[in-house]
Design a protein around this ligand. Sequence first.
Ligand SMILES: [Zn+2]
Length: 271
Amino acid sequence: MNQVGDWYASTAPENKYQYNGKELNEELGLNWMDYGARYYDPAIARWNAVDPLAEKYYSFSPYNYVANNPIMLLDGDGMKIFIRDSDGNKIEYTRGMEQSEDYSDFINHTIESLNYIASNGGKKAIKRLTKVENRNYDIVQTDEFSGDSFNPHGEGGTIKFNSTQVNEYETEDGKFRVITAVTILAHEIDHASENERLMAIGERTGDYSKILDFQAAINPVPDDPRRAKEEKRAIKGIERKIAKSLGQHIRKRHNEKPIDKYNSDGPFDKY
Ligand SMILES: [Zn+2]
């Protein structure tokens, strides 16, 4: 809702950049806020127009705001990857950015991982996710084992990331090899990048069949063959490049079961 009142006006010069840093547009007396693609009316907490991509998100009302989840998601002006830890801290990731002692371990782990992925085969994917026009990609902390996932939503997508998880595998020749968190993140980044690539094709051509297939695969009905196809693509993609560059386990099948899962000190650490 709108922040307005005597208390608001008297404490500072007039500030038109309000909730989420969006500019209040008072022209025509409508007091709508400019979110780039649409205007938002804070008085009624509704958009004035349907989401330009609403037809692809039929599970949500087209007038929804950030997929009806304003706590976890944020409708920015796009072109962003946000890293969000479980204490509610949030930073915007830019390629090559530095870690900081002001950040939580999770945020630093994620910065370190994304920088590594970008310079070891995932540059195109990271670029794609930081340059999108009107969507956001959030990387959100999870402490669950095998809690890593990518879920598209109305205006981008959410990656859940456990930044210290290690998966251990036994290979056919009886050796033990691991995949660390950075490699698992590379896999999810690949799904997110594919979401963005197919979304852009839909916007360019007006044919959204590919992105609809992809999103059905990612949020599957049981045994949807499209899921297997997307996972096959993803395990051979950036995940494999990162695993190779770090001397980690190369998965041949997505459903290959680890023999053990445990936490290490960081996204690159095996123990
Ligand atoms: Zn996957």
